[in-house]
Ligand binder design. Structure first.
Ligand code: F6R
Length: 603
C-alpha cells in the first residue's frame, strides 16, 4: 500500500526521497509525490500520476535538505494528479497512509470544502491542520487527533518550521531512525536501509518531531517518549535484485537459505526448541484446538499447518480468513491456541482478528517476518521467520518459511502432547532439515518449466488438482498464477472435480496435477485420466519414475523421492516457477502485479 518517507539532515532531500520511494515501489502504487521546505518558509510541491521515475523527471530544482515523499495506492478517489500526495493546504503539506473514516463529517463541521481540490480523505486532514494551526505544531496535531477517526500514518511539513517533519500514527505502520546523515521516517525499512540498519517503531498516538539533529517524541499528556531501537540482520543488498531479472525470481531462489535461517536456530539435539523465544513446553500442553488466522498466501501456509497438525495431533484445527474471523463470533476458549501468520506483520485484518482473539484466549502466537511489526508486538508470543525482506508482491519465500515453521510446531506439539515419540519427532525434523538441498535441486528445472509455460500463456483458465497435502498446496499454486499472470486459476480437490467443475474442462485447458501422496496416488491418477480424456493439457508433478504413458499427462515434472509429508517444498518451487515464467512470457512484471499492494494496511 502507500509508501511514506521523510528525511531531514545534511544531504539533499530530493534524491534521498526519490531513492526511498523507488525502494518502496514494490508495495504497489499508482502515483507519487514529494514536498520539501525551503529556508524562506515556503513549501514546494511536486506530484504526478505514474511511476517514481516520472516524479524524478519533474524534480530538478531543489536544494532542500528536508522533505516528505509518498507513493499512493488509490482508495478514496481515482488515480489523478490532484489525488496524489502530498496534499498542500495553506502552509501545511501532508502525506498519509490509511483511511480517515469520518472525513465527510469533518468537512461539514469545519467548513473545509472550499479548501479542497482532491477527492481524498487525506487532503481533509491537511485542511483541518491548516485551519486549526496556531503556530504550535504539536498542540495542533493533538487537537486534530481528537477529531479524526480511522487508521493513519501522517507525515506533515509546516512552512514556518523549515527543517522539521512532524508525524503521528494509529494502526498504519511507520518507522523512524536517526543516524549520522540525519533523521528519517518511513513506512518500511527498505526506504532508508542504505543509511542504517537501526530503526524504531513509532508508537501509536505519539507526536514525533523529526529534526536533523535528532527525533523527539511526546505522548498525548506531554510526556517524553524514548525510541526503542531495533536492528535488522540484513542489509541493502538483500533489497536489491542481485543480477536476477525480477525480485520474485530472486526470492524463489532464496528459499533454501531462508528455511535454513528459520529452522536451524530452533532445532536443538534434533528436536524443535523455542526456548530462545521464551516459549516453554507448558504453552503447548493444554492446547485443545487451534485456530489459524491469516490472509492470502499466509493463510495458505496455515492450511498446510492444519493438514499436518490434524494428522499428527488429532485435534481440531480451523483456518480462518482474517477478514471473516474478525466479524464472526469466535469459538475459542482459554485452551484454544490462535496462530496468526503474516509476512509483513501489518495486515490490518489479521491484526484486528488477533485483537479479537485475545479477548478469548491468552494463547496467541504469531509467525511474522518483520521484526517489531504490529502483529508481532501484540501477540502473546512470536516466532519470527527469517526470510529477509520480501520485495516481490507475490509471496514466495515467506510462504515456505511459514510452512517450515508449521513443521516445527507440529513436532513440538506432537512431543509435548505425547502424540509423537522422540524418535519419530527426530526423524520428522531430519526430513525437514533435508528440505533446503532438495529445493535447490528443483530450481534447476527452470528451463524445462519455462518451456512448458508457453502452453499456459495461451489459456485464460487453468486448474490445479491434488489430494491431501497436495490439495492444500495447489491453492497456493493457483493464487500465484492468477495474481501475476492474470490467468483465472482454481484449485480443486481432485476427487471433487466431477461434482461440477469438470464441466469446465475442454480441449487444451491446462491442468496442473500434483500427485505426491502415496496413499491417494492411484485415485489422483484416475482423476487425471478423467480430465485428460476431456482434452486437458496436463502437467503432472509426481515422484513416479515410470510415467511414460501420455494418456496420463502431457508433461511430467519429477519430484525427488522424499517422505510424502515433505514433498510440498519441492512442489511449490515448481508451482512458483510456473506462475513466474507464465507471467514473464505474457510480458507482465511479476514484481508489481496490477491492483495489488504488498502490505495491505486498509480493510
Ligand atoms: C500473495 C500475497 C498475499 C499476502 C497477504 C497477507 O502472493 O502475498 O496474499 O500473503 O496479503 O500478507 P501478510 O503475510 O503480510 O499478512
Amino acid at each position: 500500500m502507500c509508501g511514506i518517507i521523510g528525511y531531514t539532515g545534511s544531504l539533499g532531500a530530493s534524491d534521498i526521497i526519490l531513492d526511498g520511494l523507488t525502494r518502496m515501489e514494490y508495495r504497489g502504487y499508482d502515483s507519487a509525490g514529494m514536498a520539501y521546505t525551503t529556508p524562506s518558509g515556503k513549501i514546494a510541491l511536486r506530484k504526478t500520476v505514474g511511476k517514481v521515475k516520472d516524479l524524478r523527471a519533474i524534480c530538478d530544482d531543489d536544494e532542500s535538505t528536508c522533505g516528505i515523499g509518498h507513493t499512493r495506492w488509490a482508495t478514496h478517489g481515482g488515480v489523478t494528479n490532484a489525488n496524489a500526495h502530498p496534499h498542500k493546504v495553506g502552509n501545511v503539506a501532508l502525506i498519509h497512509n490509511g483511511i480517515i473514516e469520518n472525513y465527510h463529517e469533518i468537512v461539514k463541521e469545519y467548513n473545509l470544502s472550499s479548501d479542497l481540490v482532491s477527492e481524498t480523505d487525506s487532503e481533509v486532514v491537511a485542511a483541518l491542520i491548516n485551519k486549526l494551526y496556531d503556530g504550535d505544531p504539536t498542540k495542533t496535531i493533538k487537537k486534530v487527533l481528537s477529531i479524526i477517526q480511522g487508521s493513519f500514518a501522517l507525515g506533515i511539513l509546516f512552512g514556518d518550521r523549515p527543517g522539521s517533519i512532524y508525524c503521528v500514527r494509529n494502526v498504519s505502520p511507520m518507522l523512524g531512525t536517526h543516524c549520522k546523515d540525519g533523521s528519517f521516517i518511513a513506512s518500511d525499512l527498505t526506504a532508508f536501509i542504505q543509511f542504517t540498519k537501526r530503526y524504531f517503531i513509532i508508537p501509536e498516538y505519539t507526536i514525533v518531531t523529526v529534526r536533523k539533529d535528532g527525533i523527539l517524541m511526546e505522548d498525548l499528556d506531554g510526556n517524553n517518549v524514548e525510541p526503542e531501537y531495533l536492528e535488522v540482520n540484513w542489509d541493502v543488498s538483500a533489497a536489491e535484485k542481485d543480477g536476477y531479472d525480477h525480485f520474485m525470481l530472486k526470492e524463489i531462489h532464496e528459499q533454501p537459505q531462508s528455511i535454513i535461517r528459520t529452522i536451524t536456530p530452533r532445532i536443538k539435539d534434533g528436536l524443535p526448541d523455542f526456548s530462545d523465544e521464551g516459549i516453554d513446553d507448558d504453552f503447548f500442553k493444554n492446547v485443545s484446538d487451534i485456530t489459524i488466522i491469516a490472509c492470502g498466501t499466509a493463510m495458505h501456509a496455515g492450511i498446510i499447518g492444519r493438514t499436518l497438525i490434524q494428522k499428527y495431533l488429532k485435534i481440531p484445527v480451523t483456518v480462518t480468513i482474517a477478514s471473516e474471523f474478525r466479524y464472526e463470533q469466535p469459538i475459542l476458549n482459554e485452551n484454544s491456541l490462535v496462530i496468526t501468520v503474516s509476512q509483513s506483520g501489518e495486515t490490518i485484518d489479521t491484526l484486528a482478528a488477533l485483537r479479537l482473539a485475545k479477548e478469548y484466549t491468552n494463547k496467541t502466537l504469531s509467525l511474522v517476518n518483520v521484526k517489531g511489526s504490529s502483529i508481532a508486538r501484540e501477540s502473546n508470543y512470536v516466532l519470527y521467520t527469517h526470510a529477509g525482506p520480501e520485495i516481490a508482491v507475490a509471496s514466495t519465500k515467506a510462504y515456505t518459511v511459514q510452512a517450515s515453521m508449521f513443521y516445527l510446531l507440529t513436532a513440538k506439539l506432537g512431543l509435548v502432547q505425547n502424540k509423537m515419540s522422540v524418535d519419530d519427532a527426530k526423524a520428522f525434523i531430519k526430513n525437514l532439515e533435508a528440505v533446503p538441498s532438495m529445493m535447490e535441486n528443483m530450481l534447476s528445472l527452470d528451463t524445462h518449466i519455462k518451456e512448458l509455460t508457453k502452453r499456459m500463456q495461451q489459456s485464460n483458465n487453468a486448474f490445479f488438482i491434488g489430494r491431501g497435502l497436495d490439495y492444500s498446496l495447489s491453492m497456493e499454486g493457483a493464487l500465484k498464477l492468477k495474481e501475476i499472470s492474470y490467468i483465472h486459476a482454481e484449485a480443486y480437490a481432485a476427487g471433487e472435480l466431477k461434482h461440477g467443475t469438470i464441466a469446465l474442462i475442454t480441449e487444451g485447458i491446462p491442468v496442473i496435477a500434483i500427485a505426491s501422496q502415496q496413499h491417494v496416488y492411484s485415485k489422483v491418477i484416475s482423476n487425471i485420466r478423467e480430465v485428460k480424456a476431456r482434452g486437458a493439457y496436463v502437467i503432472l508433478i509426481s515422484k513416479d519414475e515410470n510415467i511414460t504413458d501420455n494418456s496420463i499427462c502431457d508433461a511430467h515434472l519429477r519430484l525427488p523421492d522424499v517422505d510424502d509429508d515433505f514433498t510440498m517444498f519441492e512442489s511449490i518451487v515448481i508451482l512458483q516457477m510456473i506462475a513466474y515464467y507464465t507471467a514473464v512470457g505474457k510480458g507482465f512484471n511479476p514484481d508489481q502485479p496490477r491492483n495489488l499492494a504488498k502490505s495491505v494496511t486498509v480493510e
